[in-house]
Design a protein around this ligand. Structure first.
Ligand SMILES: NC(=O)c1ccc[n+]([C@@H]2O[C@H](COP(=O)([O-])OP(=O)(O)OC[C@H]3O[C@@H](n4cnc5c(N)ncnc54)[C@H](OP(=O)(O)O)[C@@H]3O)[C@@H](O)[C@H]2O)c1
Length: 327
């Protein structure tokens, strides 16, 4: 069978994305063939395209980009239990930019009837991330003060929506004036436009000089060090992404004065066990049903337009989440 894929033969800018047709074999042991309907566009796809060190750097060329999709099962390997042709599914697994693909059954989740393919494509990876960041790595409770960078981005909206529902006082930063209202409409009590204001003094002013309990930093290079000034004594700075570049070396003594905790987590470890993967997905589906999370993608691109999708995301032109739709 043939599949249309978007893959790279070298690392680089959006111009390295190649649209190609490849042969895929019938599903082997433990595998499922999926016809994809909604492919997640995530910032990690950009790291993978650029060749950043991290969880994505171990794959040989050519690399089919992407790590998240949703669709319909077309065929299953001889020993696969639990999935049948016609089932609606979603998954996290490398190699997602394709109209058809094989996925290990162990990475598939059955999609409930009330969760659309578009919502699953837009929300699954970020929703699972928000789940561990807000409920397990740090437990946000009523009265928690939290700071989120890129508050109008895909992750930022989910952290604002869910953090507010958990009872937090939510402060967000955004990179331009147009994004302030988007963040405000998605759970943020206060929003700082970093295009005009330094965020550290603004956060200290908003917290009476104390600082926040927890910082969620998905920006990295431009956000991390000033974030240390915004956190309270014994607070935690969670460096969960590097959209502006890697944090690099820093002086550990910078944490000493306030006993600050710093962590650099990845979703992979938090859902490596099947039971954790399923429990986190259930929590995300429940939050969508309850209206806590709003999962509709903010934009849809044809898979053939993957290059434009990458350019828009990397140029900070987007808010919320986007999906790629096979033609
Ligand atoms: N560790 C994990 O488990 C995990 C899992 C999922 C996602 N993530 C991370 O979460 C972050 C957000 O992911 P996302 O897919 O939802 O992306 P996104 O937030 O929709 O897009 C990235 C945002 O980062 C901000 N940004 C600041 N400086 C930037 C720069 N120099 N270049 C580009 N963007 C810049 C921009 O918002 P403003 O213009 O408002 O500043 C931009 O919209 C990423 O760093 C991603 O790697 C981590």
């Amino acid at each position: 069978m043939k599949a249309n894929v978007v893959r790279i033969h070298r690392h680089g800018g959006p111009e390295v994305l190649c649209h190609e047709t490849v042969d895929i074999p019938p599903p082997g042991s433990g595998e499922v063939l999926i016809r994809q309907t909604a492919i997640g566009l995530n910032y990690s796809d950009i790291y993978q395209r650029q060749g950043e060190a991290g969880p994505h750097d171990a794959y040989p060329f050519p690399i089919v980009l992407g790590g998240q999709g949703a669709g319909v099962v077309e065929a299953v390997g001889h020993d696969v239990d639990g999935f049948r042709p016609g089932d609606r599914v979603a998954y996290l697994h490398p190699g997602a930019y394709a109209d058809r693909r094989l996925v290990p059954a162990s990475r598939l989740l059955a999609l409930p009837a009330d969760i659309s393919d578009d919502v699953a494509g837009a929300v699954l990876l970020r929703g699972l991330t928000a789940e561990y960041l807000l409920r397990r790595l740090y437990r946000v409770r009523p009265g928690t003060t939290m700071l989120v960078h890129a508050a109008a981005g895909g992750m930022g909206l989910l952290l604002g929506q869910w953090g507010k529902a958990l009872g937090a006082h939510t402060i967000g930063t955004v990179g331009s004036a147009a994004k302030v209202s988007v963040a405000r409409a998605n759970g943020y009590d206060a929003v700082i436009d970093t295009g005009t204001d330094d965020f550290s003094p603004a956060v200290l002013a908003l917290t009476g000089g104390t600082g926040v309990d927890v910082v969620y930093d998905g920006i990295g290079k431009d956000g991390f060090l000033p974030s240390l000034d915004c956190v309270r004594a014994m607070g935690i700075v969670i460096s969960y992404g590097t959209a502006s570049g890697n944090v690099g070396m820093f002086d550990l003594q910078a944490l000493h004065r306030k006993s600050i905790i710093v962590t650099r987590p990845t979703l992979r470890t938090w859902i490596a066990a099947r039971a954790d993967y399923e429990a986190a997905a259930s929590a995300v589906f429940d939050a969508l049903r309850a209206g806590i999370l709003r999962g509709e993608p903010a934009r849809r691109y044809q898979l053939a337009d993957a290059r434009r999708a990458h350019e828009d995301l990397q140029a900070r032109r987007t808010t919320g989440a986007a999906i790629l739709v096979p033609g």
